[in-house]
Write a protein that binds this ligand. Structure first.
Ligand code: PMP
Length: 424
């Protein structure tokens, strides 16, 4: 059984100098976070020398497994030549060409450093392009930690959002309309009411931050139709699904043509990245071609672009997505079989899944209330004690890489069913 003595000591120390002892609240969980220090393939290692099969995979990017030798070499080659120029480089051009080759809705991109920056800039561009201020997002949809999208759900068809965090101006939050995911009628009635004021609808194609919740038939197509009819833009947030569910993301899988796409996570091969892009007609409004301002010292930096180019080539050459998808199917079906009779529901698509501690199907954010969050905390800790690292909350997705072995999947399923028997 793993013990976490040194993590506990480090948490005492980190609480004196980091807010809540962490650099991102998603890493904070009770009784204290496990401090990691090493990784290889499907495994991650903590400061106490414990080994874990990793299903968090850095909250998504590591579909390649940790420390893939080709990405490592690409980064090392770049380090020999420098890691920050603040100038144009050939690699930026190569990366932009690769992205637009795989995403037919994208002519031009801007590369930034995080998914947050990508969605923030895409929303500004949508507002600048349409000359409208209002945006629509969905309850429980997460698009990063910036003001316009840090707005929690209100109920009712045209409820204007209230800030989800102190510090977000109410006047700005009121420009964000929050609707229930998968509710076609509410979406239609908002457009009928104020469609001419809506700059864009932003949506994750598959919910990934309220567990894994796929769209109902025709829901994304309805967003496409309504935004086109009313002169609004459809911003598809593929920060999780891009280069994961297929090379061309969920838009390729579902046959969608968004106006703007945001990418991140897998696209950087594990290095911090965000990308947004779309057709030239819209992108030309971005500075320096247009007057919608966006800039960044580290945007398209040489190390990230080196990792990203290699990662995208690797995904294709090694058929990584198909391999990871098969692992995803395997772990979902084995887990569901193993927990029959328990109030547990394993859902997901592709190489992502959620272990919902509840017996009913989860179709939207509101359904999550039916899950047992206290039990999940115990489940998470007990799994870690037994050498399996899961994301610390039921809201977060589990990810599987193409290097997780069948043996590791079997072991994980055995451990999970024993632990769930105990904690439920
Ligand atoms: N969009 C989605 C769909 C995300 O899942 C996330 C992060 N979990 C973001 C945007 C923000 O990305 P980042 O954490 O890189 O800023």
């Amino acid at each position: 059984m793993n013990e976490f003595r040194r993590s506990k000591e480090l948490f005492v120390r980190s609480q004196d100098c980091l807010v809540g002892g962490v650099n991102s609240p998603a890493r904070s969980y009770s009784p204290f976070p496990i401090f990691m220090e090493d990784s290889e393939g499907s495994k991650i290692y903590d400061v106490d020398g414990n080994e874990f099969i990793d299903y968090s995979l850095a909250f998504g990017p590591q579909i390649f497994g940790h420390r893939h030798p080709r990405i490592k070499q690409a980064v090392e080659r770049q380090l020999e030549r420098g890691w920050a120029f603040g100038t144009s480089t050939e690699k930026e051009v190569e990366l932009a060409e690769l992205v637009s080759k795989h995403y037919s809705s994208i002519d031009k991109v801007r590369v930034v450093n995080t998914g947050t920056e990508a969605t923030m800039s895409a929303l500004r561009l949508a507002r600048g392009y349409t000359g409208r201020d209002k945006i629509v997002k969905f309850e429980g949809g997460f698009h990063g930690a910036h003001d316009s999208v840090l707005v929690q759900a209100g109920s009712g068809a045209s409820t204007h959002g209230a800030p989800d965090s102190p510090g977000v101006p109410r006047e700005l939050a009121e420009k964000t309309i929050v609707l229930p995911w998968n509710d076609k009628e509410k979406l239609k009635s908002v457009f009928e009411e104020i469609g001419g004021e809506i700059a864009c609808v932003i949506a994750e194609p598959v919910f990934g931050n309220a567990g894994c919740i796929p769209p109902k038939d025709g829901f994304l197509e309805l967003i496409r139709d309504l935004t086109s009819d009313y002169g609004s833009l459809f911003v598809l947030d593929e920060v999780i699904t891009g280069f994961r569910v297929s090379m061309g993301g969920a838009q390729e899988l579902f046959g969608l043509e968004p106006d703007l796409t945001t990418l991140g996570k897998v696209a950087g091969g594990g290095y911090p990245i965000g990308i947004f892009g779309g057709k030239q007609e819209i992108m030309k409004h971005l500075s320096p071609e247009g007057d919608v301002y966006q800039a960044g010292t580290f945007s398209g930096n040489p190390v990230t672009t080196a990792a990203s180019i290699e990662a995208i080539k690797l995904l294709k050459e090694d058929n990584i997505i198909d391999k990871a998808n098969r692992k995803g199917e395997k772990i979902r079906s084995k887990l569901n079989k193993a927990v029959k009779g328990l109030p547990v529901n394993v859902e997901g698509i592709s190489s992502m899944f959620s272990i919902f501690l509840c017996s009913e199907e989860i179709n939207d954010y509101g359904d999550l209330e039916k899950c047992d969050f206290e039990a999940y905390k115990k489940f998470h800790r007990e799994m870690a004690k037994n050498g399996v690292y899961l994301p610390p909350s039921q809201y977060e997705l589990c990810f599987i890489s193409y290097v997780h072995s069948d043996r590791e999947i079997e072991d994980t399923v055995d451990i999970a069913s024993d632990v769930l028997e105990k904690v439920l």
